[in-house]
Write a protein that binds this ligand. Structure first.
Ligand code: IPD
Ligand code: CA
Ligand code: CA
Length: 262
């Protein structure tokens, strides 16, 4: 596992350095994905390509699932889950909360995760059952925070119809908590939770590559990460907080039916 973590960290650092070096000259190369706000730059592809090449060279045969290139087949039990830039809009606008996210799965379970936030100079790492760290310092999420005092991070998907529901839900959550944060990167949000910079996080519609690595950082810091109504975390719904706050925010969210159609 240590070998996986070291390799993932080396690769995430190299991708982050490349992105920092090339960002200003490449930022005009904007394409669109599912809607005009879903911007993707040539650097998304370049970052993922770099990561695929490095993983392929070090671990030939491992499978790789990346946001931009999809699933590359392989014959090993190991699969790498990659978001080459999480927080693309922040990246384009020069805001610091974007990340290179790399998780390593063995037989379907994430065992190592690295989230490199280059513009902050922060690298979050986690190993299953061993802990989560920021720059080598162990992380513990906040605990014992009542719902009314909770700083809650959330995000909004790219689908306009779904955003309307997300707006209604967050409007109803806002009066019940300390405040809301919309950081712009699911991976950074979950790492911020692990570092005690927010108390909770929820979002509908995040993809596996958004939370695979940072989810391990959060759970290894002591948080619970699941879906609603007893379901595991999935693109349907992600909710994360220390036990206690998790259940209180869960019940509030369920009462607002956040998974409904617009
Ligand atoms: C997005 C970010 C954002 C979240 C969206 C994601 P991308 O990923 O994580 O915070 O709200 O749901 O799609 O497109 O920047 O890789
Ligand atoms: Ca993402
Ligand atoms: Ca991305």
């Amino acid at each position: 596992m240590t070998d996986f973590l070291r390799l993932a960290e080396d690769i995430a650092r190299e991708a982050g350095e490349m992105l920092i070096a090339k960002r200003p000259t490449m930022s005009a190369e904007i394409a669109t994905k599912s809607s005009p706000t879903d911007v993707v730059t040539a650097l998304d592809t370049a970052s993922e390509q770099l990561i695929r090449e490095r993983v392929g060279a070090a671990r030939p045969g491992d499978r790789i699932l990346g946001e931009e290139g999809g699933e590359a087949p392989g014959d090993s039990d190991v699969r790498w889950i990659v978001d080459p830039i999480d927080g693309t809009v922040n990246f384009l606008y020069g805001l610091p909360d974007w990340a290179v996210s790399i998780a390593v799965e063995v037989k379907g379970q994430v065992v190592a995760g690295v989230v490199n936030v280059p513009a902050r100079g922060e690298v979050y790492t986690a190993a299953l059952g061993a802990g989560a760290w920021l720059g080598g310092v162990p992380l513990r999420c906040n605990s014992g925070v009542p719902l009314a005092q909770a700083l809650v991070a959330t995000g909004f998907g790219y689908s306009v119809a779904r955003r309307a529901v997300q707006g209604e839900v967050v409007a109803a959550v806002l009066p019940k908590v300390r405040d809301i944060r919309r950081g712009g990167s699911c991976a950074v949000d979950l790492c911020s939770l692990a570092a005690g910079r927010v108390d909770a996080y929820y979002e509908r519609g995040v993809n596996y590559w958004d939370f695979a690595a940072a989810g391990l950082v959060a759970t290894e810091s002591g948080a619970r990460l699941d879906g609603l109504r007893g379901r595991p975390v999935s693109p349907e719904f992600a909710l994360c907080a220390a036990p206690g706050l998790f259940e209180d925010l869960h019940d509030l969210l369920v009462s607002l039916d956040p998974e409904r159609d617009a």
